[in-house]
Write a protein that binds this ligand. Structure first.
Ligand code: EPZ
Length: 418
């Protein structure tokens, strides 16, 4: 049954929330279970639809998955090497099994991930890297078939950073013969987390977090226990909620050093930020300043925070621009925000936002994960009228218990079936 989220906005959200495990760290770590027979135990796995989808895909490949407090993944009996269309079409991150399957079994057949709401999102850089390591790549009726009789270490230069491309190649390289260098690699914390886990499993990876990652191939990896890092996009979303409602939110269990670019922009927008060892607090008690933003690969301003930050800018005093440099059409939230009274004009990859005094509640539709989060933020900020958000399945892919967490911060928000 499709569900809606209903919000009576205009209430400053106040209090503390505990951030959940990071979706974009958990997914590659789960795929890495294919590299090492035995039980990989992952802690702090978030309860998300995308995690359930990845479990379904890994079980299809023969990985035994058990989830009590920890998620246990045992690939000892894994023998599948095909990721079918009906699974991949619901989650592009399925492509993350490509590298591990190739490394473990010498072959992989993965449905070519289609485009999605935010862009074409090709995987050409993933495939070029695997070919550089000696794999043969063919396209067969919508499937990518990759085969190799033994991957060989190579120098792979990415024309531009790709997060899952870096993760896929890293996982392919750990069992390759020789040394692989990934040049112009993604520097996201989730990439560093994957490298850390693989090194605990016996891999020899250095440079993760920099633009050059070196992987010395080894023969076997053994599974370990590993704790998934906190979700930095969820953290940023709750901090911005304080800014858009004039509230005061403390996010516990996060890593402040992951948030330098966001904090710098929030402070420039007059949102006050306090920081502790494992917590961040945002206080929105000043008029919001208009601040230009351009999304960039980490450590730049995260594209996954663009839609959320835009909501704050719709309530700023003045004019600003948001430039989306990573994806070619990540502005699906704009028309919906305009229906709530925002003043935003688009051209190519740039949004020009003229601040308005207030947003109004409306019936709106979610189109992708982060756009749906921005509609929740807009609903929380909208002082007059009720906001009803449809297609909230997008939200459930990447935010654990969002309605409960915002309710605990005093918001009037609840779910209803369509
Ligand atoms: C990861 O996607 C994240 N997903 C995305 O988060 C995030 O928005 C993105 O990185 C950018 O930070 C996961 O980690 C599971 P990319 P990914 O490859 O790896 C182009 C969310 O909301 N490109 O870094 O797919 C691509 O089209 C999701 O949690 C190629 O052209 O992103 C895009 O324009 C959304 N060819 C840019 O590079 C390739 O082979 C960056 O993409 C690969 C990418």
């Amino acid at each position: 049954m499709a569900e809606r989220i209903i919000i009576e906005g205009g209430i400053p959200v106040r209090g503390e929330v505990q951030v959940s495990g990071a979706k974009n760290a958990a997914l590659p770590l789960m795929a890495a279970s294919l590299l090492a027979p035995g039980e990989l135990a992952l802690e702090n796995i978030p309860d998300l639809v995308d995690v359930k989808t990845m479990i379904g895909l890994l079980e299809h490949l023969g990985v035994r998955c058990e989830q009590e407090k920890r998620l246990i993944l045992d690939s000892s009996q894994a023998d599948g090497w095909e990721a079918p269309y009906e699974l991949v079409k619901t989650m592009r991150a399925s492509v993350l099994v490509l590298g591990p399957l190739l490394a473990r079994f010498g072959r992989a057949k993965v449905s070519q991930p289609g485009g999605c709401a935010i862009g074409a999102r090709p995987i050409n850089r993933h495939l070029a890297g695997l070919e550089a390591m000696g794999a043969s790549v063919t396209l067969d009726h919508g499937y990518v078939v990759v085969e190799s009789d033994g991957l060989v270490g190579a120098e792979v230069v990415f024309e531009a950073p790709t997060v899952t491309g870096t993760e896929n190649l890293m996982m392919a390289a750990v069992l390759a013969d020789g040394t692989t260098s990934l040049i112009n690699a993604a520097r996201e914390p989730e990439v560093v987390g994957l490298a850390e886990a693989l090194n605990k499993m016996g891999a020899r990876i250095s440079g993760a977090g920099t633009g050059i990652i070196t992987i010395e191939g080894t023969t076997t990896l053994s599974p370990v226990n590993y704790r998934v890092m906190p979700d930095r996009i969820e953290t940023g979303t709750y901090l911005i909620a304080a800014g858009v409602t004039g509230g005061d939110v403390k996010v516990n269990g996060c890593v402040p050093s992951y948030h330098r670019a966001l904090i710098e922009r929030l402070e420039k927008a007059n949102v006050r930020i306090e920081e502790g060892e494992d917590w961040l607090r945002a206080i929105g008690d000043n008029p919001v300043g208009a601040v230009d933003v351009r999304t960039d690969p980490y450590p730049g301003f995260p594209t996954d925070m663009q839609a959320q930050f835009m909501v704050l800018m719709t309530l700023s005093e003045g004019l600003c621009t948001i430039t989306e440099s990573i994806f070619e059409q990540r502005f699906m939230h704009v028309p919906e925000l305009c229906r709530m009274g925002a003043d935003i004009t688009l051209s190519e990859r740039r949004a020009v936002i003229r601040g308005v005094r207030k947003l109004s509640g409306a019936q709106v539709m979610a189109t992708d994960l982060r756009a749906s989060a921005s509609l929740v933020l807009a609903g929380l900020a909208a002082g007059d009228g009720v906001t009803e958000i449809s297609r909230v399945y997008h939200l459930d892919r990447g935010y654990e218990s969002m309605v409960e967490k915002f309710s605990s911060l005093g918001a009037r928000i609840w779910r209803a079936s369509e």
